[in-house]
Write a protein that binds this ligand. Structure first.
Ligand code: NAD
Ligand code: ZN
Length: 354
């Protein structure tokens, strides 16, 4: 098992990562709690819920299972979970355990952030993508008019990452999460970038390096967040690849491409813009070839309209007054923020699509 300490504004917490942690959760929880509620989804529950429950002997436990998928990050599901907290008499000394991917983490985390003005929760990520979502303290649900619009900053008291659970993750979910590992490599660890993009994700041997890649990704995210918890400065760098990524996700329709698949194409585009505007030397051809081999849907852009994509990029939360703020790279490991004008962006995107 490996561990890492993260310093949030009002407390520090540990990320522990290793094989089989779901069997030892009970002995790893640092504090005594009067009551534990495990929140998970319908796909993860049959796989891992019993193991976690078994390890928690001696503490009263309740479990809540909601239907898997992004649509669960809704007002109505949030309300149902709060109702479960009240009906099961959770109090301020109770603990919530979020067992699952980013959806469970965001939803259960937001319940923990708001129930009785905030109670403790532990993240138990079970997807690769959740290496990103389980640290940093951002928790949220969606509004019908936009993603992650209702949320809060509430860091977990612990992150317990059992990498064995990733063995049951569908390949396209593994691929989706890996885009964020590669993003973290681009931001601060060129070796991580090169190592990750030199391996085949479908290869069995990937499980051997997964723990290392996840921990490095978490360390990078954690260090950015520690310097800028509330996103007034460098936390924006984490948006690398997301300006176009978010536009692709919404333009293609959620569910048609995964978040990570869209981010992967966004990363390529950020590299292309970096090369064009900053004359940065970027491993574009390598990344393109690797993404293609892993089955990322690289042709999705050709079906999408450039001006609609640019419109969406202008509306991105991180953009201001019509201009698009993009994270670019001076070189691998050196991000910068740069304003790109609409006309220029349109031209760059058209050339990139070719
Ligand atoms: P997810 O939680 O929906 O998981 C993807 C699918 O895999 C689901 O169907 C889930 O049931 C299933 N699954 C999970 N673990 C499994 C396992 N071990 N074996 C088999 N199946 C498993 O999605 P995700 O990709 O983990 O997370 C996406 C969410 O994370 C989005 O809502 C996004 O907004 C959020 N997010 C939040 C942050 C943050 O900082 N809070 C950062 C990035 C993403
Ligand atoms: Zn992302």
């Amino acid at each position: 098992m490996k561990e890492l300490s993260i310093h949030a504004s009002n407390h520090s917490y540990k990320v522990q990562i290793g094989k089989g942690l779901r069997h030892t959760v009970g002995s790893m929880i640092a504090k005594d709690y009067s009551h534990v509620m495990i929140i998970t989804d319908s796909q993860v529950a049959p796989l891992y819920l019993e193991d976690v429950k078994h390890s928690l002997t001696g503490t009263p436990i309740d479990t809540v299972i909601f239907p898997a998928g992004e649509q669960a990050k809704s007002m109505s599901q949030y309300e149902e979970l709060l109702t479960a907290c009240i009906e099961n008499s959770l109090d301020r000394k109770s603990l919530i355990i979020a067992l699952g991917g980013g959806v469970v983490g965001d939803l259960a985390g937001f319940v923990a952030a708001t129930y009785m003005r905030g109670i403790d929760y532990i993240q138990m990520p079970t997807t690769v993508l959740a290496h990103d979502s389980s640290v940093g303290g951002k928790v949220a649900i969606n509004h019908p008019l936009g993603k992650n619009l209702i949320g809060s900053f509430h860091s977990p008291v612990q992150v317990l990452y059992d990498v064995e659970t990733l063995q049951t993750l569908p390949y396209h979910e593994l691929r989706s999460g890996y885009a964020e590992i590669i993003k973290h490599g681009c931001l601060d660890d060129p070796d991580l970038f090169h190592d990750a993009t030199s391996r085949s994700l479908a290869d069995e041997a990937i499980t051997e390096v997964l723990e290392d890649h996840l921990l490095k990704g978490i360390a990078i995210k954690a260090s950015v967040v520690e310097q800028d918890e509330k996103e007034t400065g460098i936390r924006k760098y984490l948006n690398l690849g997301h300006t176009l990524g978010h536009a692709i996700e919404s333009e293609a329709g959620y569910g048609h491409v995964t978040h990570g698949e869209a981010v992967a194409i966004g990363l390529l585009f950020a590299m292309y813009v970096s090369k064009e505007k900053l004359e940065a030397s970027m491993p574009i051809a390598n990344l393109y070839a690797w993404l293609g081999k892993q089955g990322y849907p690289l042709n999705v852009l050709t079906h999408l309209d450039t001006s609609s994509l640019v419109d969406r990029m202008k509306k991105d939360k991180k953009s201001t007054s019509g201009k698009v703020n993009m994270v670019l790279l001076e070189e691998l490991g050196k991000p910068v923020m740069m304003e790109v004008k609409e006309t220029e962006l349109t031209e760059l995107l058209n050339r990139f699509k070719e």
